[in-house]
Design a protein around this ligand. Structure first.
Ligand code: IMP
Ligand code: MG
Length: 171
């Protein structure tokens, strides 16, 4: 049976998101903010973050699946593209976890082609264990050296996204 070891409580998550929401509201006061959530892992984080941002903004989602083929960099397929016009907009990409960074790099390359005014990154978890590319994370709620975590939108084989907080998964 898998074991779920509590790592980050819902109160801690709420507190951090409130702080980051205030910071984003301040930083983007004079900008044209659009949050773009990376499916599916960011869906709960997005729902909480958007409600902690007090300035007007829009939201959209992007879907990306990575396939680890024979090449070490992996291939990425977009399963959903943003519906809204991004030209000139200040894009804040909202991710659940930045791990190796490979998926993210491809998403940034893709978004750049749509000519936004700016692109920044907000992640729930900044995980350093297997980072392969240099990515500048602008807003990060929590930092994690290693381990595999689930809950609050994060999955293992598509399960456990519904758990209320973040847990270390022991298989
Ligand atoms: P990468 O940065 O391209 O390696 O991909 C990161 C993605 O892998 C994240 O957006 C998650 O969907 C997934 N991922 C990485 N580490 C974990 C974890 O500890 N738990 C759940 N999903 C993870
Ligand atoms: Mg993800």
């Amino acid at each position: 049976m898998p074991e779920f070891i509590p790592l980050i409580s819902k109160q801690e998550i709420d507190r951090k998101i409130k702080k980051i929401g205030q910071q984003i509201s301040f930083d983007y006061k004079t900008k044209d903010l659009i949050l773009i959530g990376v499916l599916k892992g960011s869906f709960i984080f997005m729902a909480d973050l958007t409600r902690q941002i007090s300035i007007d903004h829009t939201i959209d989602f992007i879907g990306a699946s990575s396939y680890e083929g024979t090449s070490s960099t992996g291939q990425i397929v977009f399963t959903k593209q943003p519906d809204l016009e991004l030209e000139g907009k200040d894009v804040l990409l909202v991710e659940d976890i930045v791990d190796t960074g490979n998926t993210f790099l491809k998403i940034i390359e893709f978004i750049k082609l749509l000519n936004p005014g700016s692109i920044k990154i907000c992640t729930l978890i900044d995980k350093h264990e297997r980072r392969k590319v240099k990515i500048n994370v602008d807003y990060s709620c929590f930092s994690l050296e290693k381990g595999f975590i689930v809950g609050y939108g994060l999955d293992y084989n598509e399960k456990y996204r519904n758990l209320p907080a973040i847990y270390d998964l022991k298989l």
